[in-house]
Design a protein around this ligand. Structure first.
Ligand code: SF4
Length: 365
């Protein structure tokens, strides 16, 4: 398997050149691209419109899929979590969140994560490996096929969020490549405007994204309004402290074009970062940097092994009111899929879920 080229990670042009290298005309590349991304087929055998001999030759040097779905969990709110394995046996998790107007797929950029955010279960895995572009694209294909059937048209639009396991900006190159592949109108046709990438604060990449023409929306996970607290909750802060991070955020905000979204995320931890004083410090910090971006308040998703509880609803509301009284736009985000460990910060390749959740189901994708 290691020697095989994963075709799902190639752009249409690259795939054209690849099949030409096998002595085939370029249109065969376009056919394979459509089979992989528009028809969402995950094996050459299913591409029955291609000559058998060509499929056999492809199979000698390439593969259409590398991820193996180990299990699927369905939450009481309809959220689905997929636990998959890479060809080298590492866990990859993806979450499908059905919503009224459009579905959201939360995908992983790394297996595990090297950052040690103290409130996140994924951090416990450490970094296992950064995923390749094809492994990111394939997660979307698996989730769409499971939700709607192989290759079936999706009834609603699809939003993507790179908020699963991993720090997306430590997977910058493969991530941007995956976004290019998925934006192709002859394939999945999910354009960057439908994608949000969340970073813990990798400052050089925020600056780099500010110069990218076709780019996803950006979210910055803050979690604390002071360096002292943020050093503890998100140790990446020791490398890029708040002043430096927010200066880069300002630069990014100034580069925004109409229709682009830029937000801050603030996980609410009971008794840790949710006091009135924290709210005032946060508002002052954003105002001092003249940042207009809105703040999403996210009640923490508890999990065994994490020493935090979510802030009570009324605390969240008071915190929100203080931010708003100081001119900061704030919203509360509803947690999804908590009962199957599919919510933010809960992805840690768990194979057991509380009894109340549905049993894992084996699926065909
Ligand atoms: S919150 Fe995100 S960046 Fe932080 S450890 Fe978890 S997966 Fe990594």
């Amino acid at each position: 398997m290691g020697e095989l080229t994963h075709l799902t990670g190639l752009t249409r042009e690259e795939l054209g050149r690849y099949v030409e290298g096998l002595g085939e005309p370029a249109y065969r590349g376009r056919q394979v691209f459509a089979a992989l991304h528009r028809r969402r087929l995950r094996s050459f055998e299913e591409m029955t419109d291609l000559p058998k001999s060509f499929r056999a030759r492809l199979a000698e040097s390439a593969t259409a899929s590398t991820l193996k779905v180990e299990s699927r969990y369905v939450a009481s709110d309809g959220t689905r979590r997929y636990l998959m394995k890479t060809s080298d046996g590492l866990p990859v998790e993806t979450v499908f969140i059905p919503e009224e107007r459009r579905d959201t797929i939360c995908f992983s950029s790394q297996s595990g994560c090297p950052l040690q955010c103290d409130f996140c279960l994924t951090a416990k895995l450490g970094l296992l490996r950064t995923l390749a572009a094809g492994e990111m694209v394939e997660q979307i294909i698996v989730a769409l096929n499971d939700a709607y059937g192989v290759g079936a048209k999706t009834p609603r639009g699809t939003n993507l969020v790179a908020m699963g396991a991993g720090e997306p900006f430590l997977a910058f190159e493969p991530l941007m490549k995956a976004l290019r592949v998925m934006a192709d109108p002859d394939g999945l046709f999910i354009v960057p405007n439908r994608v949000t990438v969340s970073t813990a604060g990798v400052v050089p990449k925020i600056r780099e994204l500010a110069r990218v023409p076709d780019r996803p929306h950006l979210a910055i996970s803050l979690a604390a309004p002071t360096d002292e607290l943020r050093d503890r909750l998100m140790p990446i802060n020791k490398r890029w402290p708040l002043e430096e991070l927010l200066a880069a955020c300002k630069e990014f905000e100034q580069s925004l074009r109409p229709g682009e979204r830029f937000t801050f995320e603030y996980v609410m931890l009971d008794g840790v970062n949710d006091s009135d004083a924290h709210a005032r410090q946060l508002a002052n910090l954003l105002n001092r940097h003249q940042l207009r971006a809105k703040v999403n308040l996210i009640p923490h998703n508890p999990a065994e092994g994490l020493p935090y509880r979510p802030s009570p609803e009324e605390r969240v509301q008071v915190f929100k009111a203080i931010l708003e009284s100081k001119g900061v736009r704030a919203f509360v985000r509803r947690p999804r899929g908590r009962d199957i460990y599919a919510a933010c910060g809960q992805l840690a390749a768990r194979t057991s879920v509380p009894a109340a959740a549905d049993r894992p189901v084996q699926i065909q994708t």
